[in-house]
Design a protein around this ligand. Structure first.
Ligand SMILES: Cc1cc2nc3c(=O)[nH]c(=O)nc-3n(C[C@H](O)[C@H](O)[C@H](O)COP(=O)(O)O)c2cc1C
Length: 212
């Protein structure tokens, strides 16, 4: 089938894009409002964008209720300028999904999910204690585009459990970490356990010698 965006409903565009730009890493974002109230929600329109400086980006759509009302995560980041990306792995998949539930404002998502927090190194927002890795971020900028906000965060500190790190690089031991990816809007995810293909890049010298 072919879809011309001008003639396609917003929900259909969403369904197609999130199924085709996949798998995507999942950021379980902790943020705080001005009163210090903690919030947690997952976002998969998320990636690192550059490393010098280290910038990550994520897309947060406004609430589906209409009226350009931002989700709590986007609102908190705009007001307090800080957040933490907790890396989502297989063992916290269920808890991550609970954090996406649209609970009333007074309900603590982390408590509902059985997750706890621990202090971050630099930012005031704590990281999730059960997450094996986390990126502490300060808001670089937020772009309002239509009914969405694209948030760029400057990474100011990184946490990773020692068991998932080869300090020689340092390299992340991705085959051990078991990060989870989001695939589509039907609740499909991809596990990375036993799913690795190792393919080092080919230098031009190697290419000339016939390496493929
Ligand atoms: C795996 C997963 C990925 C998600 N990714 C996004 C996303 O990239 N952008 C977005 O606006 N909502 C996304 N959502 C929905 C939000 O997590 C959901 O709207 C959440 O309730 C927002 O919470 P908040 O208002 O506390 O920020 C995702 C949900 C799940 C389960």
């Amino acid at each position: 089938m072919n879809f011309e965006i001008e003639k396609t409903k917003t929900r259909e565009i969403y369904n197609l894009l999130i199924g085709l730009v996949a798998p995507r890493p999942i950021a379980l974002v902790t943020s705080m409002n001005e009163e210090g109230r903690l919030n947690a929600a997952p976002f998969s329109s998320y990636n690192y964008l550059c490393t010098d400086p280290p910038i990550i980006g994520m897309g947060v759509m406004d609430r589906p209720t209409g009226g350009f009302v931002p989700k709590d995560t986007a609102r908190n980041i705009r007001r307090t300028g800080e957040f933490v990306v907790n890396v989502v792995t297989e063992d916290i998949a269920t808890q991550m999904n609970i954090c996406a539930t649209d609970f009333p404002a007074e309900v603590d998502e982390l408590e509902m999910a059985g997750l706890t927090t621990t202090p971050s190194q630099i930012v005031k927002v704590p990281r999730i204690a059960q997450a094996h890795a986390a990126l502490e971020c300060k808001e670089y900028t937020t772009m309002e585009i239509g009914r969405s906000r694209i948030i760029l965060g400057r990474v100011v500190a990184i946490y990773i459990e020692d068991q998932f790190l080869d300090p020689s690089g340092p390299y992340v031991l991705s085959e051990e970490l078991h990060a989870l990816g989001r695939m589509n809007g039907l609740g499909s995810y991809v596990k990375t356990r036993d799913a690795f293909l190792t393919m080092p890049r080919i230098s031009y010298e190697e290419w000339k010698k016939g390496k493929r």
